[in-house]
Design a protein around this ligand. Structure first.
Ligand code: G6P
Length: 586
């Protein structure tokens, strides 16, 4: 979703903003812009397209001054175009606003403001904020009072950055959308949608609460809580380094993040799960909520809990309200970003019903972690590629550790601890083969992924990875389901990828593979079983792992397949169209 960055200090603001925006590009966006204020007033550059293209066309660095706001927009209200790009300003060009979220009452506000003679130039919901601040200033309020008055009128979700010409300070506000303050070393302050945006400048942050409004000058911050009173918020020092958010010589973040999984897995396996085990042990009926890739991790957790004889249901975040039982006493929320609106809404509903909250996330200080009773951090470092890779395996590692610790499953914990080195060996063996396979597959249009048991969520995630970045049609089915419908789509040369480890499910998988072959499908078989591998037109030999760990292991070659096919098709695996890294609207 939209990326925001703000700066006030002794540097050229446009440089800091450009760098910061390039660090939040991964969040997904379709237009970008910035506003900088100097003694000569405030100037704004914005347009549709990629940051580097807008910069090449307009040169952001021509903007002089030490105070500014930057924004990457992921369109919600109004098509992506220059007019709808942020920052938005008031009638006089004296107030500039950047925003992430949705102002739900923007129509009513706009009507009211138009009635008072305001002229609007965009189709966005955001523009009302600039005009509301203008109204406040017109009525004689000083800058902080005008900002507070404007924010008090807003309904919906927002992370806001506000700049007022002639003011030596910046204003920000947040409600259900991420925004953090960064403290510079000397006479400079920052704010941004997320930590990686500011790692090049600081590792010291201040976390804002929901409903907070803040004022930044170069020496520090004044924060007002939702009750309007001045408030002190906790500092946060992170040990992420700027290098962790670099490509390390790779062409794309995605491949860097795939290949570093043996390392990140080692770190996830060492996560502290004590608080989580305590909550899980005392829960009678846990719900597991998550979206996208994290939902497939949630399915694996449900699988493990059921195997251990414990009730639990995995819910898609946005469906929780409709499908919940209302007797859930624990909600386990899985979210790499900790900011996904659908997941947070589900968590809040469960809390209203009296449930405790266990968060599994990668982002320290994220909204989810702050609303939870206990948090397990997966600790895999910043994930910059839009699609989830190392955060998925990190989530799985923590889930295995959590459930195995709860059950006292020592053998499981030992196998898990040995995974990083097995994973490295497997990656070394399969990477070249998968690259060749990708070259053969890139011209095909429809893909099916099948598996059984714990392999099924892995098939779902493999299909999701492929469609997210190649834009090709891919579907995943529990292998037994194929004959109940989708088999009608199988014809000559349609690739069917079977995740088919040895074990009790292998015989049934073999029958399913034969069914597909009989209809002319191109079978790609991933297995540790020689006879199953022989069934494939293409075969990827995998090491033997226990059934539980199949998703953790088999997803790696599937991530590689999606990545290399995307390169074959000439597309950008790091920033797929229409997708955002953290989706902060419902
Ligand atoms: C977005 C991302 C997905 C991610 C999903 C859930 O749609 O593009 O990759 O799986 O959000 O994100 P979360 O941060 O809650 O895990």
């Amino acid at each position: 979703m939209c990326g925001i960055i703000g700066y006030i200090g002794h540097r050229r603001a446009s440089e800091v903003l450009l760098h910061g925006l390039s660090q939040v590009e991964y969040r997904g966006y379709d237009s970008a812009g910035m506003v900088v204020s100097s003694g000569h007033g405030m100037r704004l550059i914005k347009d549709k397209g990629k940051l580097r293209d807008i910069h090449a066309k307009h040169n952001f660095l021509q903007l002089e001054g030490g105070i500014g706001l930057g924004h990457t927009r992921w369109a919600t209200h109004g098509e992506p175009c220059e007019r709808n790009s942020h920052p938005h300003s008031d009638c006089l060009g004296k107030v500039a606003v950047v925003h992430n979220g949705i102002i739900e009452n923007h129509r009513v506000l706009k009507e009211e403001l138009v009635g008072k003679g305001h002229r609007f130039t965009s189709d966005t919901d955001t523009e009302v904020v600039a005009h509301l601040v203008e109204e406040g200033l017109k009525s004689g309020a000083d800058a902080p009072a005008a900002v507070k008055k404007a924010v008090a009128r807003l309904e919906g979700t927002y992370a806001l950055g506000i700049l007022i010409a002639g003011e030596n300070r910046l204003f920000l506000a947040r409600r259900h959308a991420p925004l953090i303050i960064g403290r510079g070393k000397k006479d400079e302050m920052f704010f941004a949608s997320d930590i990686p945006a500011l790692l090049g400048y600081t590792r010291d942050f201040i976390l804002l609460n929901e409903g907070d409004i803040a004022q930044l000058d170069s020496r520090g911050a004044i924060i007002w809580g939702a009750d309007g009173k001045e408030a002190v918020r906790p500092p946060l020092h992170v040990n992420w380094t700027p290098q962790m958010a670099q490509k390390d010589g790779h062409d794309y973040f995605m491949i860097k993040e795939i290949l570093e999984q043996p390392l990140t897995l080692a770190s996830a396996v060492s996560a502290d799960v004590t608080g989580g085990v305590k909550l899980l042990k005392s829960a009678k009926y846990p719900a597991i909520v998550a979206c996208g890739t994290s939902y497939y991790a949630a399915l694996v957790m449900q699988f493990l809990l059921h195997k251990a004889g414990r009730p639990a249901s995995a819910y898609i975040g946005s469906e929780y309200a409709s499908w919940r039982m209302r007797g859930e006493d624990l909600v386990v929320a899985i979210s790499q970003s900790g900011e996904t609106a659908d997941t947070l809404t589900a968590v809040r509903l469960a809390k209203e019903d009296g449930a405790k909250v266990l968060a599994i996330t990668n982002v320290v200080g994220s909204t989810l972690s702050r609303e939870a009773d206990a948090t397990i951090y997966i600790g895999v470092g910043p994930e910059v590629g839009v699609v989830a890779t190392k955060t998925f395996t990190g989530q799985l590692a923590v889930i295995y550790k959590l459930v195995y610790t709860m059950n006292g499953n020592k053998a499981g914990l030992e196998e898990l601890a040995a995974m990083p080195s097995h994973m490295q060996k497997m990656l070394d063996e399969v990477q070249g083969q998968v690259k060749q396979l990708a070259a053969l597959m890139a011209k095909r249009k429809n893909f099916f992924f099948i598996s059984r048991g714990a392999g099924w969520p892995c098939a779902l995630e493999a299909a999701l990875k492929l469609k997210e970045i190649t834009y090709l049609h891919a579907e995943a089915y529990a292998a037994g389901e194929l004959k109940h419908g989708p088999i009608s789509m199988l014809e000559d040369k349609v690739p069917v990828i079977a995740i088919a480890p040895s074990g009790p499910l292998a015989a049934k998988m073999e029958s399913n593979i034969r069914e597909c072959k009989a209809r002319g499908a191109s079978m790609i078989v991933l297995s540790d079983d020689k006879s199953l591998l022989q069934e494939g037109e293409y075969a990827l030999s995998m090491p033997a792992v226990s059934e539980d760990l199949v998703p953790l292991f088999y997803i790696l070659p599937m991530q590689l397949l999606a990545y290399y096919m995307t390169l074959e098709l000439g597309r950008d695996p790091d920033q797929p169209r229409n997708l955002a890294k953290s989706v902060t609207v419902e």
